[in-house]
Design a protein around this ligand. Sequence first.
Ligand SMILES: [Mg+2]
Length: 348
Amino acid sequence: MRKILHADCDCFYAAVEMRDDPRLRDIPIAIGRSREHRGVIATCNYPARAYGIHSAMPTARALQLCPHLTLLPGDFDKYREVSRQIQAVFHELTPLVEPLSLDEAYLDVSEVTRFEGSATWMAEWLKRECLARTGITVSVGVAPAKFLAKVASDWDKPDGLTVIPPERVEAFVARLPVNKLHGVGPATGARLEALGIHDCSDLRRLPLERLVNEFGKFGHRLYELARGVDERPVKVERERKSVSVETTFDRDLPDLAQAREALAPLHERLRARLQRQGSPAIAGIFVKVRFDDFSLTTLESRGQAAEPDNFERLLAQAWARAERPVRLLGVGVRLPPEAARQQLSLPL
Ligand SMILES: [Mg+2]
């Protein structure tokens, strides 16, 4: 039986800002780009959440909900530094750490013998050490599988510690709403609702064949998750080569002008995703276009910044290859190899 921890800092960027400026502690604050730049919220603190603000919300909307919101641009060098300190605590426990972002990671502690092998004690130690060294609170979930550990870390935020021991998995999963399952987004969630399936005990009543008919390959996965089964290992090596976002449109975009208009929200999503990953140095940008005849073209430009003008130029060139209505549009950045990234961060 495996022992997995999922550790997740509570509103990380906002927590770092509140730590360094106590005046920010009890007022609604958010980190994100301005309304004028069509920005989105990267993180906000709990007073801001009380107004209904959440991450990935457009800044304009957040300011409608809370006009006196304090909006900060974010100091990503500082967040990366705090992240390094927290990751160091993780690595004192086990080398089997899979970081998901600056403030979040899975740890496989199955073989750890410290703390008499108790994953609960390990989680308590980890929370205490992170708080003592960085002043940041971390919520931790403990479970025999990754998706359960992640659900558990979110269960009692902020500063939570939720343990799902093996003998509780069965009962815990039975009551779990299906939209908490790994991979179930709004679309799949709505289809399950339409079938009258709200929680995993409902889901268990559907035979495997039915699930596969309804959801294809993902039907298998749903069948397993509904029974608490998730064999994904904690992956230590995770060198990402690119970061990208894409959209398939409800209706094909007839011409280049409309495709161009669709670029701005995509660019904003890409920027938000890069921010969550600590705004890494980039090696180049690319645009991906799928036309209405399903032909696909990807155009790349090395050494260019992820700026709207550069994406627009690439899009115009990519569109010219087929000059057809556009079904899908994607934008992304290439990351330099890990070795080069480390060199880039060396002091001069
Ligand atoms: Mg977090």
